[in-house]
Design a protein around this ligand. Structure first.
Ligand code: ZN
Ligand code: ZN
Length: 298
């Protein structure tokens, strides 16, 4: 199965998992009447919407380059991740609202053990799914999958907090703790939403490849540029699963176009073999364009 197909299939399954988890979390609330469990359940509606958006974005991202988008459609995933971040923030506001309601109106918690067990099952499913999404998202460089995975992981942390709070509430008999826990849930969700938005905006702003990958590319260029004189102005940018690399290659001014092109093809192939999905553009220059900052080819 191709990697883009694997990503898209995982995104599709995420929708079904999100639906199932939402159902389970509402059962947990319905069993107990807990404000904290209710806020946790409300948040899972956002997960369903987010999973659908991620799936659509991944579908758009997989479309090949066309006349209007000649560099491909990968950035669609960043948009979905931004929307996901905004949705998470909305969920946080919803949670604050319900927590405030629980503070002002006296409420009771019934069947806490059953409720906690049911919510615990939902959290366990989420934990497994978040791990799957984050590991696959990192490997396939899918911002949409990564954002979805981080979001779900935040929910797992949230659920653990809710369960701990519920245990405390029952142990102390202090019902206000339940509402306070719902506020804490909201704050955690808010934080996660902000992180998702920030990292996606970075992608939209043509963020460079990470230092480790940039170094790998530089070493690969130098190791495969035999016959050229120097390399300078190496620039990289990440666009979802595609990594763009650009640089100037200085060769002897009297070298034939054919020979210079041969060096370029060799470097391009080498970069492609170390960074999957890399697209390299090389600007060839004569020796009069050498720079002090240039990396000499030994
Ligand atoms: Zn130059
Ligand atoms: Zn060529």
């Amino acid at each position: 199965m191709s990697s883009s197909r694997r990503v898209s299939q995982l995104a599709y399954w995420s929708i079904l998992v999100a639906f199932a988890v939402m159902g389970i979390k509402f059962v947990a609330w319905w069993l107990t009447g807990s404000a904290a469990l209710y806020s946790d359940a409300l948040e899972s509606i956002v997960n369903v919407i987010a999973a659908i958006i991620a799936w659509i974005a991944i579908g758009i991202s997989n479309k090949p380059a066309d006349r209007n988008h000649q560099y491909g459609h990968q950035k669609a995933e960043y948009f979905s991740a931004v929307v996901e971040g905004v949705l998470i923030v909305l969920a946080a506001l919803l949670i604050f609202y319900s927590a405030y309601g629980a503070l002002s109106v006296d409420h009771q918690i019934v069947a806490p053990v059953q409720g906690m067990l049911v919510n615990g099952i939902a959290a366990a499913i989420n934990a497994f799914w978040a791990w799957l999404l984050i590991s696959t998202g990192a490997r396939e460089k899918s911002p949409a999958l990564l954002a979805d995975g981080r979001h779900i992981l935040a929910d797992v942390v949230t659920s653990i907090g809710v369960l701990a709070g519920l245990i405390l509430t029952i142990a102390t008999g202090w019902i206000v703790l339940d509402a306070i826990m719902a506020f804490v849930v909201g704050a955690n969700v808010l934080r996660e939403g902000w992180k998702v938005v920030a990292s996606s905006v970075d992608g939209l702003m043509d963020v460079a490849l990470d230092a480790e990958e940039a170094k790998l590319i530089e070493d690969t260029i130098l190791a495969n540029a035999t016959g050229a004189i120097e390399v300078h102005d190496i620039k990289t940018r990440a666009s979802g699963p595609v990594s763009f690399v650009e640089f100037h290659l200085v060769v002897d001014g009297s070298m034939s176009v054919k020979a210079a092109h041969g060096i370029c093809d060799r470097i391009e192939a080498a970069i492609h073999s170390v960074v999957a999905g890399a697209k390299t553009t090389i600007h060839v220059e004569p020796d009069s364009k050498e720079k002090d900052s240039g990396l000499k080819i030994s």
